[in-house]
Design a protein. Structure first.
Length: 412
């Protein structure tokens, strides 16, 4: 299997008009070879292959549209594969070819092919990654750049893959812990909607034939049902529009992000879980950056954003300012007021002993284990609260609607 050079496009073609073509042909020995090339058209591909002594039998434009979006997990898998192949002695360009062909996502394949082509034309790997900031953040690019400069790219890619795997694992555990209560509340909302729209109006017609006065709880539920039936479009519109506006504000407004992130850290049970997961990511990120030889002030640029919480982002910015003026890291972290005593003590020991990356890594492991234990016990802890909520909502409605039936003898 051979891959032709991707620099075959003419100078008159702009890079934005280039596309990726799959080709097949025979080399000088008559052996069938296949590959991919980024070029401005099929004629350019054929001409370039002929110059390499390849008899072209097929050229086809590869479809790059469609496919699912590239997620953080895809980048983590790519990083692990690249680190493994480079440790095994596979050349960088060949490693990119192998990973790109093995991907089942066309968008991921295109991304890797673009990076591979940039590297082939002389661009450094870190610079090629920086052209795709949506998929490779500053932390990723800084670590790759440090690995290239120090000649330890394989080791840093392996460390980076480990960091991404642990970060993804924590996020998945948090999502898993939230999935159960959210799913139950959604089902409860659907059940309540069905009851309000269809069940209670049917009971209302039955009660009309009884005559007499209905109990107060029954009247209240019927009134709510009538309002829901009359204005269901407004209720769903308000919930949908309000939800969209809320999440867009949370995403785009710094003040809203700060408010919500502060609030989330104070929510009972879940706040402690989120706080520990944020600390785990913060310490893991700084440990990884510092171990790679990235200067502390520069490393702090990426640490705050990696934590995923606006409170820690602001705290990290202040820590960075303090450290850049000569303050010790432990002193700056203490002044921020967001880190627990254990993290501060381990950071102080690390600074004094010259093993800051090791001690921060230990702190990260401790809080990652804490998150594991909390997630395991969270489901059993949430079940009683969910049962009480559902019992009050649905059980209360059912009892209210059956009260007239219980008093049927007095009503008829």
């Amino acid at each position: 299997m051979a891959t032709a050079a991707a620099s075959a496009s003419t100078a008159s073609k702009s890079p934005s008009k280039e596309q990726i073509f799959e080709w097949e042909g025979k080399d000088k020995n008559g052996k069938v070879v296949r590959g991919e090339m980024r070029a401005g058209g099929e004629s350019v591909v054929s001409a370039s292959l002929r110059r390499q002594g390849i008899l072209v039998t097929r050229v086809k434009k590869r479809r790059t549209t469609g496919g699912r979006s590239i997620k953080q997990k895809d980048i983590a898998i790519f990083t692990r594969q690249l680190a493994t192949m480079m440790k095994a002695g596979v050349p960088l360009l060949q490693a990119f070819d192998i990973v790109a062909r093995g991907s089942t996502n066309p968008r991921m394949t295109k991304l890797l092919t673009d990076i591979r082509n940039d590297v082939e034309t002389g661009t450094s790997l870190s610079s090629a990654f920086r052209k795709h900031p949506l998929h490779f953040d500053s932390l990723y690019c800084n670590l790759v750049e440090a690995g290239e400069a120090g000649g330890i790219l394989e080791a840093l890619l392996d460390r980076l893959a480990l960091y991404q795997e642990k970060t993804i694992a924590i996020k998945q555990k948090i999502k898993g812990a939230l999935m159960y209560p959210v799913a139950v509340m959604v089902v409860a909302f659907v059940v309540l909607t069905v009851i309000m729209l269809f069940v209670i109006p049917a009971f209302k017609e039955v009660f009309k034939s009884f005559g007499g006065e209905l109990p107060a709880p029954t009247l209240a539920v019927i009134a709510m049902s009538e309002f829901f039936v009359s204005y269901w479009w407004a209720i769903f519109g308000f919930l949908g529009g309000g939800g969209y506006f809320f999440f867009e504000s949370w995403k785009r407004s710094e003040r809203m992000q700060m408010f919500m992130d502060r609030l989330l850290l104070k929510v009972p049970v879940f706040g402690d879980l989120i706080n520990k997961s944020v600390i785990a990511r913060w310490t893991r990120t700084l440990s990884t950056m510092f171990a790679a030889g990235v200067p502390l002030v520069e490393a702090l640029d990426s640490v705050g954003g990696a934590s995923g919480n606006a409170v820690y982002v602001m705290a990290t910015e202040q820590i960075q300012k303090d450290v850049s003026t000569g303050s010790a890291l432990t002193t700056s972290m203490t002044a921020s007021g967001v880190f627990p005593t254990m993290v501060l003590q381990m950071t102080a020991i690390g600074e004094e002993s010259g093993s800051l990356d090791h001690m921060l890594g230990k702190a990260a492991e401790f809080y990652e284990n804490e998150v594991d234990e909390m997630v395991k016990g969270l489901s059993s802890l949430m079940e009683p609260f969910i049962i009480v909520i559902l019992g009050v909502l649905i059980g209360g409605i059912v009892v209210s609607m059956y009260l007239p039936i219980f008093k049927l003898g007095a009503v008829v």
